[in-house]
Design a protein around this ligand. Structure first.
Ligand code: CP
Ligand code: NVA
Length: 310
């Protein structure tokens, strides 16, 4: 029973299926105006070292809807920005709040936070992983396709935090996933090693975007230049010719393919405007679902810690 969500494999397959069930219930309640406030008097600290729209707003609104409160902490305006050690900040915040969400650069910083915090810590994105987003993405597919665990998934683009998290999800859930990234921009070596150790099987890593798109039921993409990688962006973009999600690529996918993008999108780079606005795109349903899955994740981790303390 995990205290924290640092990466998707902190959850078992059963826990993820439970999260989806709960997210669907919470969504139903929100949509029908039912007040459900199990977190009255509880607080979530949200520490941001990088920009955010969806993550910040969905966590904050989610806490409000659950009857609790969220505090936005711009890391640079806290003592973290002046060098207060993570091990001290984590212990201090644990004396005030019931849960902590962090968006930062290094995965090891989130892990250190979790080590010293007595309350659940949620990874709101690092250079390595974006677990809340990929859980949201699969939940979104689950709403639209009953056979979502048996579909052909493709991730086409940069081997970044999203690609890494998709691989983690495919390992835990047994999804059929093909990741296509240019040479030099593959997913993190640790994930490639995990896939090798797993024996490949349901997960394929390729440099050929067409191989990933062919017959895909779900195609994901993400920006080619992630936050914090702006230096050297020009050279990087040059490596991504052929990886754009456009009509030519889409016609190789299943006719009812779903197009996912975590947003924000760079129209004309990783995806065309026509594709993102087109019939396959479910990006705004995905964005909405950040709210519902976030609430489900918080409740699940709060239940876990209550059980651990009992
Ligand atoms: N997709 C996502 O995490 O969006 P934000 O950067 O706006 O939080
Ligand atoms: N890969 C992107 C995701 C943004 C939500 C980034 O890290 O900037």
């Amino acid at each position: 029973m995990t205290k924290d969500l640092l990466t998707i494999s902190d959850f078992t397959k059963d826990e993820i299926l439970q999260l989806f069930k709960k997210a669907a219930e919470l969504k139903g309640m929100t949509r029908s105006g039912v007040i459900h406030e199990p977190l009255r008097g509880k607080s979530l600290a949200m520490i941001f070292e990088k920009s955010s729209t969806r993550t910040r707003v969905s966590f904050e609104v989610g806490m409000t809807q659950l009857g609790g409160h969220a505090l936005f902490l711009d890391a640079g305006k806290t003592q973290i920005g002046r060098g207060e050690p993570i091990m001290d900040t984590a212990r201090v915040l644990s004396r005030y709040v019931d849960c902590i969400m962090i968006r930062t650069y290094k995965q090891s910083d989130v892990a250190e936070f979790a080590k010293y915090a007595r309350v659940p810590v949620i990874n709101g994105l690092t250079d390595m992983y974006h677990p809340c987003q990929v859980l949201c993405d699969i939940f979104t597919v689950s709403e639209k396709r009953d056979n979502y665990l048996d579909l052909n998934y493709a991730f086409i683009g940069d081997g970044n935090n999203m690609a890494n998290s998709w691989i983690k999800a495919a390992l835990v859930l047994g999804l059929k996933l093909t990741v296509a990234a240019p040479k030099g921009y593959e997913p993190h070596a640790d994930l490639l090693e995990e896939v090798r150790a797993h024996g490949g099987g349901n997960i394929t890593i390729t440099t050929d975007p067409m191989e990933a798109a062919k017959g895909a039921d779900v195609i994901n993409t993400d920006v080619w230049v992630s936050m914090g990688q702006e230096d050297g962006a020009k050279e990087k973009l040059a490596a991504f010719g052929g990886y754009q999600i456009n009509d030519d690529l889409i016609k190789h996918a299943a006719p009812d393919m779903l197009l996912l993008h975590c947003l924000p999108v760079h129209r004309g780079e990783e995806v065309t405007n026509e594709a993102i606005e087109g019939e396959h795109s479910v990006v705004f349903d995905q964005a909405e679902n950040r709210l519902h899955i976030q609430k489900s994740i918080i409740l699940h981790l709060m239940d876990n810690i209550a059980a651990q303390r009992a």
